[in-house]
Design a protein around this ligand. Structure first.
Ligand code: ZN
Length: 177
């Protein structure tokens, strides 16, 4: 187990020369938000080679665009408005990152839990494709296309935990007005 002392020691190494974080802004410098899974093998910053400050990352079970995810995005858009004075979009690319061997597939045996998560009737849980990451990422991209403001781009990626590679299932699509 990594304890707090260990975390503090590792952090001291991170903070030591100040270069890792100096001058970073709240708005992601890569204009990117990633929605990914909590799985420790699939940290978006690692598997996508992102640097500190480049992307905002939302992680939940499965990397799903659930109602809670949309509420979080709504809050973030308010923060963006506040920080940019409405001048810039802040984030222009939203990438949904799902992966193979995801733990959400184990939850298919518990449709009532998934119904709560997705805030849908139990009978609609099958439609959320939790056992098929490529299908799920397509569904979630569609939801974002309905909910995000026009002009931003949405993409859907599936990471393979065996090869370390992503498959761009949905190349960036522009949200229409
Ligand atoms: Zn997962």
């Amino acid at each position: 187990m990594i304890d707090a002392e260990e975390l503090a020691a590792r952090n001291a190494g991170f903070a030591a020369d100040g270069r890792a974080f100096a001058g970073l802004k709240l708005m992601p410098s890569g204009g990117l938000t990633v929605i990914g899974c909590v799985d420790p093998r699939v940290d978006p910053c690692d598997v996508l080679g992102l640097e500190l400050g480049e992307a905002a990352v939302i992680r939940n079970v499965g990397g799903r665009v659930a109602p809670e995810t949309l509420r979080t995005l709504g809050l973030l858009s308010k923060v963006t408005q506040s920080r940019t004075g409405g001048a810039g979009p802040g984030v222009t690319h939203y990438a949904v990152l799902h992966h193979t061997d995801c733990g959400i597939t184990d939850l298919a045996a518990f449709p009532e839990l998934l119904a709560e998560y997705f805030e849908v009737p139990v009978g609609d849980v099958d439609g959320k494709a939790v056992i098929d990451p490529a299908a799920a990422v397509r569904l979630d991209v569609e939801i974002l296309k309905q909910k995000l403001r026009p002009g931003v781009f949405v993409s859907g990626l599936v990471y393979d935990v065996a090869t370390g590679l992503i498959d761009v299932v949905v190349p960036p699509v522009r949200v229409d007005a």
